[in-house]
Design a protein around this ligand. Structure first.
Ligand code: HEC
Ligand code: HEC
Length: 392
């Protein structure tokens, strides 16, 4: 009898050690509504009205060739892919990028870049194509020129043919600035194809939306608790809002903006760049005669509060794009979460952010938020190497 009891209790212990069945937290209707705002994913493609080759297959092929083209650099050592490596989610894994000199900012991932309205950490560009021209001609980055781009498009037979197919005209006889802008528009068309795939979070979100308890319960419970924190007490979704987890605007979260080369004014400088540039939606190279997307650019005006504000980054695939922040100052996602937990509110400048107070998270909550952030990542396919995706 005693032996039977011993066996029974051993069996019982074994049964209790079995992994527990998938579990779904009791999300309220209000929580579900907030979670649903972070989708659906992917977002449908919409051609950019300011770029006449947006969505054009031949332009995508030309842009792809130019993206990996080191001949854009006078010494042939740098291309876009140097700092936006496909295998590193199209960023470079460094705190701050290394161009012809050391730069002061972290290279953002280019995944889902088509969904942005302002480009760069300071929003100094209002189109993907003008953001793509800058690194080519910036002496600190690739250090090339409009003439260099024009020579390449006129002189290289493969690129020349590719240009003619994409733009419906030969490159000969077209002035250098126009060719440089066209090259940038082809680069933009290529980058518009860099969509990030669906993630475990997306499966969870969609399942909650259709009331499918079993499918929703597939997201690990820690990530579910993290989701609850993210849309609730953490207040994260005030800024990291929508399908790409960003409201697309600029905020100060207390990351120091002092850099060895002088303070990084963030959005304050971005607005100045925008207003001084000819290469904006208000300038001559916008292909949309109605200037339909230019209203926001017309109304930007630098305010004191913009000093030290940076664009809210997307959180999709953040697990693959360490280190973090405009200056790469935080090494891991846990460091980022600890920042929101413990930052010094005095760091927020004068007319700072009423939304932010240190969250004082415990270790379990930090684990949960980290599990949630991890659920926003998935395997990223490499670049399309098929013949149809190439020039020539
Ligand atoms: C030397 C490194 C380096 C090279 C080379 C480089 N980039 Fe970047 N890229 C960066 C950094 C750093 C930023 C952030 C810039 C800022 O905020 O001012 C950036 C930002 C961008 C952005 C803005 C993304 C966003 O989320 O707003 C785009 C688009 C971009 N680069 C495309 C390109 C293209 C296209 C090329 C090649 C023509 C290129 N980059 C070459 C480092 C580089
Ligand atoms: C007031 C708006 C705001 C709130 C609230 C907010 N963020 Fe952020 N977040 C930002 C901005 C702005 C940055 C970039 C700051 C910089 O580079 O100086 C950022 C950066 C990040 C990054 C780094 C991403 C990268 O690629 O570098 C992560 C991760 C992040 N936030 C997660 C969260 C989480 C989790 C919460 C809630 C606990 C949260 N954020 C709350 C505005 C906000």
């Amino acid at each position: 009898m005693r032996r039977v009891a011993a066996v029974l209790s051993a069996l019982l212990a074994l049964a209790m050690a079995e992994p527990r069945a998938a579990e779904l937290l009791d999300f309220s209707a209000a929580e579900i509504a907030r979670i649903l705002r972070h989708g659906p994913w992917p977002q449908p493609f919409a051609a950019d009205p300011g770029n006449r080759v947006s969505g054009n297959r031949d332009a995508v092929a030309l842009g792809r060739a130019l993206f990996f083209e080191t001949r854009l650099a006078p010494d042939r050592t740098l291309s876009c892919a140097t700092c936006h490596e496909p295998a590193l989610a199209w960023s470079d894994g460094r705190p701050r990028s290394q161009g012809r000199v050391a730069l002061t900012r972290n290279a953002p991932s280019l995944l889902d870049v088509r969904l942005k309205r302002w480009f760069g950490w300071d929003g100094g560009h209002d189109t993907l194509w003008s953001m793509s021209l800058r690194p080519i001609v910036d002496p600190k980055e690739i250090g090339g020129s409009a003439y260099g781009i024009a020579d390449l498009l006129r002189g290289d037979p493969t690129l020349s043919a590719c240009y003619a197919r994409a733009f419906g005209r030969g490159a000969d006889g077209i002035e250098a600035e126009a060719l440089a802008v066209d090259a940038a528009k082809a680069l933009a068309a290529f980058q518009e194809t860099l969509d990030s795939p669906r993630t475990p979070f997306d499966g969870f979100r969609d399942a909650l939306g259709r009331g499918d308890v079993e499918a929703a319960a597939r997201l690990p419970v820690a990530a579910q608790r993290g989701t609850r924190l993210f849309v609730g007490r953490g207040n994260c979704a005030v800024c990291h809002l929508g399908p790409a987890f960003t409201n697309g605007e600029f905020h100060d979260i207390g990351i120091p903006y002092f850099t060895p080369g002088g303070d990084d004014g963030g959005r304050h400088e971005g607005i100045k760049t925008l207003r001084e540039s000819r290469l904006t939606l208000l300038g001559p190279w916008n292909d949309d005669p109605a200037r339909a997307t230019g209203a926001a650019t017309r109304h930007v005006d630098p305010q004191h509060r913009n000093f030290g504000e940076f664009r809210v980054p997307s959180l999709r695939n953040a697990a693959r794009t360490a280190p973090y922040m405009h200056n790469g100052s935080l090494a891991t996602l846990r460091d980022v979460i600890r920042h929101y937990s413990d930052f010094d509110p005095e760091r927020l400048h004068g007319d700072g952010e009423a939304i932010l107070t240190p969250l004082k998270l415990d270790d379990a909550e930090i684990d949960d938020l980290a599990a949630f952030l991890d659920s926003l990542s998935s395997e990223i396919p490499g670049p399309d190497l098929s013949a149809g995706a190439r020039c020539g």
